[in-house]
Write a protein that binds this ligand. Structure first.
Ligand SMILES: [Ca+2]
Ligand SMILES: [Ca+2]
Length: 346
């Protein structure tokens, strides 16, 4: 009997010791800061609230402004905050962290208890172009950049690149950042974001970028979206793979486009013209829908063909086409900037 008892007691004692040691070890892990929403660098309303996430419960949390309520691994800091720059210091038993915000002053609405998100960015790529010369594409891009610089609220950050590797890097950086970013192309697509010859029909950087709830947008001018330039690297399958719509094409040389009411309101520089590669709205499938029709074959929203138009994949990314014309001079840069300033990045 004695022997049996010791056989039972010893493993039990060892198990309890292991549980004790491991629970002590778990409790002594320092709790670290993970993220804040809105993120540091954002602009806030005075009555905003900020949600913090830690990797464990932050005991003894104190904040240098506002009121903090802790709930498990999260904490909510509520205003009012004093207008001007805000360096919000968080301290808790295991550490400290500083978040920097700009709090909007008097005269602005303080009603919503939400924060203004950071603004997205725009990248123009002119390293490969088709149905427009590189020089003309650069001129249009620079016109758009000048216009975006003067957007209300301090301008919209944008830049021009010829480097296809930079396009990929930038897309990876701006993916999943909860802001609408816009890539502008001129009738061709770099292989770094969509491997040529439709080598990656699913999962390319371009497709991944369009499949987050950021609402990121690829805006294309001149030739067919993702056709792939003079060599026709991708042809019809490029757009079809990106949208996952097998039947969609952009055929339609010289299709008259009439500016819609929303077009007149949002893109004052847009005039009636003939599109050579209009979007086929009657071929949209799945969650794709025409979000903003600026000009169409009917001049209204019941159209089957449109250019410029923004189509969107449910609550995910967007494809915009603007002046899909063959070697024609249009105010591509001006109208693109109007769409971005007045609609996509406000
Ligand atoms: Ca984004
Ligand atoms: Ca696909």
């Amino acid at each position: 009997m004695k022997k049996v008892l010791s056989v039972l007691v010893l493993p039990l004692a060892a198990t309890l010791a292991i549980i004790y040691i491991s629970s002590c070890g778990f409790q002594s892990e320092p709790v670290a800061f993970v993220s804040a929403t809105p993120s540091t660098g954002s602009t806030l309303q005075q009555n905003a609230s900020i949600t913090l996430t830690f990797d464990g419960e932050p005991t003894g949390l104190k904040v240098s402004a506002g009121t903090a309520i802790t709930s498990g691994r999260n904490a909510i800091i509520s205003g009012p905050f004093t207008p001007g720059p805000l360096a919000l210091t968080l301290t808790w038993d295991d550490g400290s962290h500083v978040l920097n915000y700009t709090v909007e002053g008097e005269g602005r609405s303080t009603d919503p208890v939400t924060a203004t998100p950071e603004r997205g960015e725009v990248l123009f790529y002119t390293g490969e172009v088709w149905w427009i010369t590189e020089a003309a594409a650069e001129r249009e891009a620079r016109t758009a950049i000048t216009s975006l610089d003067s957007a209300p609220g301090g301008g919209i950050k944008s830049h021009l690149t010829h480097d296809e590797d930079e396009v990929k890097r930038w897309m990876l950086q701006t993916m999943h950042n909860r802001t609408v970013d816009v890539l502008v192309l001129y009738g061709d697509v770099p292989g770094t974001i969509y491997p040529p010859g439709n080598a990656l029909p699913d999962g390319s950087v371009a497709e991944e970028w369009l499949e987050t709830t950021d609402g990121d947008t690829i805006l294309n001018h001149a030739d067919w979206f993702f056709w792939g330039g003079g060599n026709g690297k991708n042809q019809e399958a490029g757009l079809q793979n990106i949208m996952d719509i097998p039947g969609i094409t952009m055929w339609g040389q010289d299709t008259p486009m009439i500016v819609t009411n929303r077009g007149k309101a949002l893109t004052p520089s847009l005039r009636n013209f003939s599109s050579d590669r209009p979007f086929h709205l009657d071929r949209l499938e799945g969650d794709w829908f025409a979000e903003l029709i600026l000009a169409s074959n009917t001049g209204d929203e019941r159209a089957t063909r449109a250019d410029p138009v923004i189509v969107r994949d449910g609550n995910l990314g967007r494809i915009a086409i603007v002046y899909q014309t063959q070697d024609e001079v249009n105010p591509k840069g001006t109208v693109a900037a109007e769409i971005i300033k007045n609609y996509l990045i406000k």
